[in-house]
Design a binder for this molecule. Structure first.
Ligand SMILES: C[S@@+](CC[C@H](N)C(=O)[O-])C[C@H]1O[C@@H](n2cnc3c(N)ncnc32)[C@H](O)[C@@H]1O
Length: 625
């Protein structure tokens, strides 16, 4: 039994707790002199996550692999990239709150760190399982050592990603590469989860042990919620060498076990069938519950009188579960049932309206949540003009819908950064329709080519991300067409973004490398192919604003002024902006303002801007790019 502390707070313990809440993977265990276990900081790991350099020393942490330190360094390494808006591939660009981001998820997660910090309620990922046939993305950090590069065929002869390369178990760093891929991404994704957030990870028997160890480190062992088993096939495979592996896993970890609450599932009609209403109680259906407990209790043995005058008491060795006052109140409120004749032994009415939903089971049977074939059917129903399903490993919408129901509430944002065919988006549309909820998604998918699929390429789908976007478009249309009234106001749109190099030209970052002459000849510090919208969304990422909010672009005095979310940020990227425009922007009293550095012909015009804002909007933060 735990003892009272009877002394002041141990500040070291408190400090360790603070570090743990920020960086759970830096906490390990050690023994006290008396043999009891206490938490301690693993300074090697802490030092590493605070350093840009790969630190020397043994990689003696409990769970390690070749490249672990490098994967931590990589997760923390800043990148000069941006997300470019692609309006023409989007649906309902102006009004939607959903995002689809095309690119390598490691880099995308880095770019989302400020804008989505602690804003994501639920993450679902279904990464490559490392079965020996999966393509595992060659992160640059695993390419460090020459000897390793040799013979890995990560890149093709043109230096591009070799998408044909599978991670076969005979390769020297078979598990290590996969662990590095997952670990760096888990580290970054944890920052995006809200305090009450949760992550679900699909994985099979090949790497579930390593995935759990990594999750224990990244999310903290104490935040492990469950390891679900999903029955993925409806009939065992007789050709299996040993067992027919009929199920796989879904790991569930939360950000903070004290703040996380798992949702419930709707009750089944079978469960509700036990509730009836024989006395037409206006409070609805109810079922009789016991008023008697085993054993004797003080205040638990007394007479009560029923509606016909008959008195009742509990048998010897039992007690009424309610104290006399409570029982009196329940009788007055017509919550005690005396049988149809009013003469039966009393029971308490348990109303259906008072019982919550259904607790989810960790065993997910295909009858309830679908199997892999059903998942393909979900997809082919949308792509009925295709003879072959354009993506081989989707998950059933029933399964993902259930996870979303358990892990998020009606207005939350759900992130899936191994999006594949966009089952997560499709499931969210269906759930929003059924529950009248407004869940939103952020999906990330690498533009991995669809190999050997002539039919898809003839129909314009060249990459998995093309399939993913097309599925969302089709799922949105289907939901709207099939439910014209219910879905009329539903958000089935999405804004598309593509990962690309920074909007800024190299002079911006390293002017010292350029001669004065060359600098003056450079027209702009912004790449020539970048639009106003590119710059606006690049600034949003930089300033940590979400990418899904509404904005207007107005023409003021011949200049374009973008007003993002009603004054969260106002930007004008035109040259030689007039005072009238600057005053117009300031009068809106925005929180943030952005101009282009080259908008100002000299330093006195910059001072002029500062003066205007000082006078009209002193609290506005003004920056230039
Ligand atoms: C197992 S599939 C996900 C399937 C998805 N749950 C569905 O129902 O369609 C994994 C996906 O992750 C993608 N992927 C792999 N590495 C990636 C990376 N570095 N960045 C983004 N996506 C990646 C693959 O292209 C593949 O489509």
């Amino acid at each position: 039994m735990e003892k009272m502390r009877m002394e002041s707070v141990d500040m070291i313990e408190k400090n360790i707790e603070k570090i743990e809440s920020l960086f759970p993977h830096c906490i390990t265990e050690t023994k006290n002199i008396d043999g009891s276990i206490k938490k301690t900081v693993n300074f090697k790991v802490l030092k590493q996550i605070l350093s840009n350099e790969k630190l020397d020393g043994d990689e003696s942490y409990e769970f390690t692999w070749v490249g672990k330190k490098a994967s931590i360094v990589e997760a923390n390494r800043p990148i000069r990239k941006t997300l470019r808006p692609i309006v023409e591939e989007s649906v309902d660009w102006n009004n939607t709150e959903n995002l689809y981001i095309e690119g390598d998820n490691l880099e995308v997660l880095k770019l989302l760190q400020e804008s989505y910090l602690e804003r994501i309620k639920m993450i679902y990922i279904d990464p490559p399982y490392n079965t020996g046939h999966d393509f595992v993305y060659p992160d640059s950090f695993v390419m460090d050592s020459d000897d390793y590069n040799e013979g890995t065929s990560y890149l093709n002869e043109n230096g591009d990603i070799n998408y044909n390369r599978t991670n076969e178990s005979s390769r020297p760093r078979y598990h290590s590469d996969w662990c590095s891929l997952i670990y760096s991404r888990l580290l970054l994704s944890r920052n995006l989860l809200s305090d009450n957030g949760v992550i679900f990870i699909s994985i099979d028997e090949n790497e579930v042990h390593n995935m759990r160890k990594m999750c224990d480190e990244v999310f903290g062992e104490a935040n492990f919620v469950s390891q679900l088993g999903w029955q993925k096939v409806y009939s065992p495979k007789n050709q299996a060498r040993f067992f027919s592996n009929d199920y796989e896993f879904i790991l569930c970890y939360c950000k903070d076990i004290n703040k996380f609450k798992l949702g419930e599932l709707p009750r089944t009609s079978k469960m509700n069938a036990r509730y009836k209403n024989p006395d037409n109680d206006p409070r609805g259906d109810w079922k009789p519950g016991d008023c008697v407990g085993t054993g004797e209790r003080k205040n638990g043995y007394y007479n009560i009188t029923g509606p016909t005058g008959k008195t009742f008491n509990v048998p010897k060795g039992k007690h009424w579960v309610y104290a006399p006052d409570t029982m009196k109140r329940l009788i007055e409120e017509n919550k005690i049932w005396w049988g149809k004749d009013g003469n039966s032994f009393p029971s308490v009415k348990q109303f259906l309206s008072d019982v919550g939903g259904r607790k989810a089971s960790s065993l997910l049977l295909y009858e309830d949540y679908g199997h892999t074939d059903m998942a393909k059917k979900d997809l082919i129903k949308l792509f009925s003009d295709f003879t072959k399903v354009p993506f081989d490993t989707p998950k059933p919408t029933k399964l993902i819908k259930m996870l979303v129901m358990l892990g998020s509430n009606e207005n939350d944002i759900i992130l899936d950064f191994f999006a594949g065919s966009s089952t997560t988006a499709h499931s969210i549309f269906e759930l929003n329709l059924e529950n009248n909820s407004h869940r939103k998604f952020v999906l990330v998918q690498l533009p991995e080519p669809l190999l050997n699929n002539d039919e898809a390429s003839k129909k314009g789908l060249l990459t998995i991300s093309d399939v993913g976007k097309e599925r969302i478009r089709r799922a949105g249309i289907k939901v709207k067409n099939e439910n014209p009234l219910l879905a009329s106001n539903m958000d089935v749109g999405f804004r598309v973004f593509k990962l690309d190099d920074t909007n800024m030209s190299d002079v911006y970052y390293s002017p010292n490398d350029y001669s004065q002459d060359l600098l003056s000849r450079c027209e702009s510090n912004i790449k020539v192919d970048r639009s106003n919208l590119d710059l606006l969304f690049g600034c949003l990422l930089d300033w940590g604003l979400p990418l899904s909010l509404p904005y207007i672009s107005e023409n003021i005095d011949g200049y374009t002024v973008h007003n993002y979310n009603n004054g969260d940020l106002i930007a004008c990227f035109d040259e030689n902006i007039s005072d009238l425009v600057i005053k117009y922007m300031a009068k809106n009293n925005p929180l943030r303002v952005i101009f282009r550095d080259s908008s100002f012909s000299n330093s006195s015009s910059k001072i002029n801007v500062v003066e205007i804002f000082k006078a009209l909007a002193p609290d506005t933060k003004v920056k230039v790019i």
